[in-house]
Design a protein around this ligand. Structure first.
Ligand SMILES: Cc1cc2nc3c(=O)[nH]c(=O)nc-3n(C[C@H](O)[C@H](O)[C@H](O)COP(=O)(O)OP(=O)(O)OC[C@H]3O[C@@H](n4cnc5c(N)ncnc54)[C@H](O)[C@@H]3O)c2cc1C
Length: 423
């Protein structure tokens, strides 16, 4: 499903909500109680937007395969804020209406139920933007976020109570309630499917100082080179939370693999994984694969561990399309941080149209390119920037800088593809 189709579906739902609201509104008295009427428009619009949050965060494959999980989550953040703004507007306006019309608020149990849900959503939204700043562990934040699944039924109770039976909006709520139940069942079904198909760790190997590769055997899955998966490791009876990692192997090879670099608690513990440990794998996700785009020549731009989607794509190219023209620019602080170095050298010898340019930003005695990767450096190696697709994956600042430089060099945005290692 393409991004345009998803945005059309969301716009269509909002339009339908507006029509349903208009159908149930007496416009002859609009002027007398416009605060109430506008408030009653903001509420269903906000509710529909909040509902789309559950769709966007549900990892439904058909939607994700067109949008990409990172874009789905970006939209999720945007629409989450928009939905909350609408619902807050609803609360403020209805309170203003009640105070001006009756002199007091008359809160009922069902109003408190709605308010409780709103406060819960607001706390989650506030934590989503601040959990890193206040030092809250990702796992704790995520569990709080997941608790929103319990809040949505409260919102449904609130709106069912305040909507006239048989009105158009009433049927819309029934549709949302059923779709919501469908999403919850889908998520539970996926958890069960993942749990009944465990994978086994077949290899644990060190690639560089803080970088390890884990290989897994188990149920075969179809994926594109460059896609990623969520991995939970079961070690010594302890189950980790699910972490996203690029599938560093290629679909042309036997096993799934990941190549994590030490960053925090989980990645630090990768080295303690043993052959025979179990893993639960949810895959594939993401759209960061050259196979998703038309291309004549490929330019891969990696920063540090951002090499993993490219090693997957290069392995695929080596196995299936050795004539494909590819130039890899890979920047690291120094050569101690390089993984897959021997393999890349082999590929350079074997593949006639592959060239790798390694750039060290902090190693004066490096014999190759030194300093920061720049648009000028790209131009120095590439005869022309035309007819090429550019793929960028690395730390957020480096990725943003490279996208900016490519745009400055007049590369059309449709030929720039990027992935951030952060959801
Ligand atoms: C699409 C994608 C592909 C990735 N591929 C690779 C790869 O090939 N190699 C690699 O080294 N890293 C990769 N990462 C990053 C990797 O997921 C994080 O480094 C890892 O989850 C950090 O966990 P931690 O406990 O070690 O670190 P922490 O210090 O706990 O977390 C650091 C940051 O990682 C993110 N994070 C932590 N836990 C999770 C989680 N359970 N789910 C989602 N995000 C989390 C949060 O943004 C957090 O702020 C990828 C990330 C994404 C989104």
């Amino acid at each position: 499903m393409k991004a345009r189709l998803v945005s059309l579906a969301i716009t269509g739902m909002l339009l339908l909500t507006f029509i349903f609201w208009a159908a149930g509104t007496d416009f002859s008295t609009f002027e007398d109680n416009y605060l109430r009427q506008i408030s009653l428009l903001l509420a269903p619009l906000g509710l529909v937007i909040i509902f789309t949050q559950f769709v966007l965060a549900s990892r439904i494959k058909r939607i994700e395969s067109g949008l990409g999980l990172d874009r789905m989550l970006r939209w999720h953040r945007f629409f989450g804020r928009a939905g909350l703004a609408f619902i807050t507007g609803h609360v403020v306006l209805i309170a203003a209406y009640r105070i001006t019309a009756f002199g007091e608020l008359f809160p009922t149990t069902f109003i408190w139920v709605g308010l409780l849900a709103l406060i819960g959503f607001m706390i989650t939204a506030a934590l989503a933007s601040t959990y890193r700043i206040i030092g809250l562990a990702y796992e704790i934040w995520r569990n709080i976020h997941l608790a929103n699944y319990l809040l949505f039924p409260l919102v449904l109770i609130h709106v069912f109570y305040h909507t006239a039976d048989g009105s158009a909006l009433y049927y819309l709520w029934i549709l949302l309630a059923l779709s919501y139940a469908g999403i919850v069942i889908y998520r539970l079904y996926r958890i069960v499917m993942i749990r009944i198909n465990p994978y086994e760790v077949t290899d644990v190997r060190q690639e560089a100082k803080d970088i390890w590769t884990l290989e897994f055997s188990g149920k075969k899955i179809g994926y594109l080179p460059g896609q990623f998966m969520f991995v939970q490791l079961l070690r010594s009876g302890k189950l980790s939370s699910a972490h996203p990692f690029t599938i560093s192997n290629s679909p042309t090879r036997e096993n799934l693999s990941i190549t994590p670099k030490k960053l925090g608690d989980f990645t630090l513990s990768i080295k303690d994984t043993r052959v025979g440990d179990k893993a639960f794998i949810d895959a594939p996700y993401g759209v960061f694969s050259f196979l998703n785009y038309r291309h004549e020549e490929l330019v891969f731009i990696a920063g540090g561990i951002g090499i993993t989607p490219f090693i997957s794509m290069l392995r695929y190219i080596r196995d299936k399309m050795p004539e494909q023209k590819v130039t890899l620019f890979w920047t690291n602080r120094n050569e101690d941080m390089l993984c897959f170095r021997d393999e890349l050298e082999e590929m350079e010898r074997e593949l006639p149209s592959f060239k790798a340019i390694l750039v060290m930003s902090d190693q004066p005695d490096w014999e190759g390119e030194k300093g920061h990767l720049s648009g000028a450096m790209l131009q120095g190696y590439l005869e022309t920037l035309d007819q090429k697709d550019f793929f960028v994956c690395g730390p957020p600042d480096m990725t943003a800088d490279m996208i900016y430089e490519l745009k400055e060099l007049q590369v059309p945005p449709a030929r720039i593809h990027s992935e951030l290692f952060r959801l």
